[in-house]
Write a protein that binds this ligand. Structure first.
Ligand code: SAM
Length: 509
């Protein structure tokens, strides 16, 4: 039983996800689209992630920004060791990990650079009041004037129905000691049986079962870190704003890009209502928006000294971004998942924009020029939605691709060992693309020069899997020999040429 973990789950490690919203260009775009100036992160800058977990996000960002320095702190030494091993495997000289608690990080503040960005993903809702106070002290000591804090957390009112379930799960766990992730199926079994028998809580709070269905699709470790910690709290946005003001931070924008498009993220009618009743006070407006869409999770950007840009300056900054598609033209979807379900993009706006992006990287003015009605706000909204759905990324062009390719090799190789990081780094975009197992196998083949055709890639990956003692699976059956090659070939054939073209354009190959 650990004593250093302050009630945080450490008997099972956190999952290895990359979070695209933490990318400097994503932060810069979210700020600029809302009229705010973010720090200049085009060259050398300093970035810190507090509670960096397995370090996948930080390593990925370090690999795609070789001229900047990245620091990750997490008190779980096993996770820090994994993060450092990943950095070493890709020979990343600019990713620094330390197994420090937030309190220890403050003790080392004088040795650290002043940061342009401090990111906190999945931290604030799961630590004690004292630790949130330490975080604010760390930010106060180490964030530059003009620097940005990214902070995500569970919020209210969206958790109203489910928060009691978290309490029930935690109490159940406390009464059945054992490894937290191994306990997860027992908790789920218990609550399923309870609901089935007509437990009124489950009946009058139907979103609980929906949420549990989503949780079942995640690794048990995710459930353990989400629900079984000693500390768990969902916040109203104004509560976090008040805490952030302790480090002289003000709210800037949401990093969940769809939330910057009211028509796609709020019920019809409410944007005008909110404009009428809450236009002057940004936190009141954010709180009202959270009630409008019953929000559960916020990704906020706070700045130490919020600087609003003039219209021309905003236009110049936004006009400096270039955008490019991440999926072949035929795979682009104009339905976007958001807080109110699916939003549909108007083909009259999106089709010309997607067609323009197909020709190569384009700026916002170039996208506006592609529209028949030359409507700037429409183009900004459309590209925001394409970025949100990860069908487009920002194009950075002049980036040394070698560190990202080295890390991609580590990521692709780990596929043969049974790991799936779920990403491929795109150095020319300084962003990671979502990737499934088939993509990672194909990438491994391509990096070894064995993907000149679908057949060559399939044969190569099948061979590599066999040597690693693994095989493609269908319905729990391991496929061998020709059946394995055929199965892989069918997966790779879909959009093969388009994928290779995009991977080359984004510096992946
Ligand atoms: C939910 S995980 C998020 C990890 C990472 N940010 C991500 O999104 O993948 C929370 C992390 O905070 C770390 N943590 C919790 N309390 C901490 C503390 N007091 N000091 C340092 N790290 C802490 C945990 O070890 C864990 O890795």
């Amino acid at each position: 039983m650990s004593t250093w973990n302050e009630g945080y789950t450490t008997d099972v490690q956190y999952t290895s996800f990359f979070h695209a919203e933490l990318a400097p260009s994503h932060i810069a775009f979210a700020a600029a689209a809302n009229g705010f100036r973010a720090p200049d992160m085009s060259g050398a800058f300093a970035y810190c992630e507090l509670g960096s977990g397995q370090g996948v996000t930080l390593n990925g960002l370090a690999a795609m920004h070789p001229e900047a320095r990245f620091w990750g702190f997490d008190f779980n030494p096993a996770q820090i060791a994994n993060a450092q091993r990943m950095a070493d495997a890709a020979k990343l000289a600019n990713a620094h990990f330390r197994d420090w608690s937030f309190a220890q990080a403050i003790e080392h503040a004088d040795e650290l650079p002043r940061f342009d960005v401090i990111a906190l993903h999945g931290i604030l809702s799961w630590v004690s009041d004292e630790n949130r106070a330490e975080i604010i002290r760390f930010i106060d000591r180490t964030l530059k004037p003009g620097g940005v804090v990214y902070a995500s957390y569970n919020c209210l009112p969206g958790w109203t129905q489910i928060a009691p379930y978290r309490h029930l799960a935690r109490q159940h766990y406390l009464r059945h000691p054992g490894r937290s992730d191994l306990h997860v199926p027992r908790i789920l079994e218990f609550s399923d049986a309870f609901a089935e028998l007509g437990g009124a809580y489950f009946k009058v709070n139907p979103t609980v079962s929906l949420r549990l269905d989503q949780m079942r699709k995640q690794p048990a470790a995710y459930f353990a870190h989400e629900f079984l910690n000693a500390n768990w709290r969902a916040f109203y946005v104004d509560e976090i704003a008040r805490e952030m003001s302790g480090a002289r931070l003000d709210f800037m924008a949401s990093a969940t890009l769809i939330e910057n498009v009211p028509g796609a993220s709020l019920p019809p009618g409410t944007p005008a209502f909110l404009q009428q009743h809450a236009a002057e006070d940004v936190i009141w407006q954010e709180l009202a928006k959270d009630f409008a869409c019953n929000k559960m999770f916020r990704r906020d950007l706070y700045a130490r000294g919020v600087n609003t840009m003039s219209g021309p300056e905003q236009a110049a900054i936004l006009g400096g971004f270039r955008f490019v598609l991440t999926v072949p033209r035929e795979a682009v979807k104009l339905t976007f998942a958001g807080p109110m379900g699916e939003a549909n993009g108007a083909p009259a706006v999106y089709e010309p924009i997607v067609d323009r992006l197909m020709q190569g990287p384009a700026t916002l003015p170039e996208l506006v020029a592609a529209l028949p009605d030359k409507n700037g706000p429409n183009a900004l909204q459309a590209i925001t939605m394409l970025l949100h759905s990860r069908q487009a990324v920002m194009y950075a062009a002049k980036v040394d691709p070698k560190p990202a390719r080295a890390l991609n090799k580590v990521i692709a190789e780990s596929y043969f060992q049974g790991s799936n990081y779920g990403i491929i780094l795109a150095p020319a975009a300084r962003q990671a693309l979502p990737a499934n197992g088939a993509d990672l196998g194909l990438l491994a083949a391509a990096l070894e020069g064995k993907a000149r055709s679908v057949a060559e890639a399939a044969a190569h990956v099948s061979d590599r899997l066999r040597i690693a003692g693994r095989a493609p699976q269908v319905d729990g059956q391991a496929l061998q020999g020709a059946a394995a090659v055929e199965h892989l070939a069918a997966q790779y054939a879909e959009g093969f040429d388009g994928k290779m073209t995009i991977w080359k354009a984004l510096g992946i190959l």
